[in-house]
Design a protein around this ligand. Sequence first.
Ligand code: ZN
Length: 214
Amino acid sequence: MREITTNKNKGFSRVVESVQINKNTGLIESARQCPSPNFDERCRDDDMSLIVIHNINLPPNQYGGDGIDQLFTNTLDKDEHPYYQDIHHLRVSSHLLIRRDGEIVQYVPFHKRAWHAGVSQFLGREVCNDFSIGIEMEGSDFEPFTQQQYDVVNTVIMSLLITYPSLKAEAITGHEHIAKGRKTDPGPFFEWQQLSDYLGTSLPANCESDENLV
Ligand SMILES: [Zn+2]
């Protein structure tokens, strides 16, 4: 990831120019790698046609700690926080996490199947893990994400679209949209408009198949 520092708006601002994805390894070379054991094979390596945005915060409502890495590597200590009693047994992962300061953490290579979506449906096709890439934004349903996170997620998604032509700018949506009534992330504070403007499309994608539209 190349970064340019500017003094835009008097403050410190990072403009992320590009993110290199190694297609052989399925990894972002500049990301911090934190390999998760929670993945398996896609039916086909190139069966990738959807990007799913999530939010996550661990411990609840705290940022910057090790909880997310621990959850995705099955090393969460159930005695460290009361909430961990309920989740330490989960076997979940995502491909990427984008932290509040814009750091990218990668848990699963893109051509492998991460376990982020659960029961879900996109355009009539179920089990979105099979054919999607999961990106977690460190944040919650209750407060804004940071501009660094938008700058990074925009650039990451552009690189994914270039690297994997089966992905389309029009097929990007939220966990809440593919798991309606069950999930609420990335939530009302995620500014889809930033992604839509950057990619020149209208997001989040409609997730209903034609047969469900009246
Ligand atoms: Zn989610």
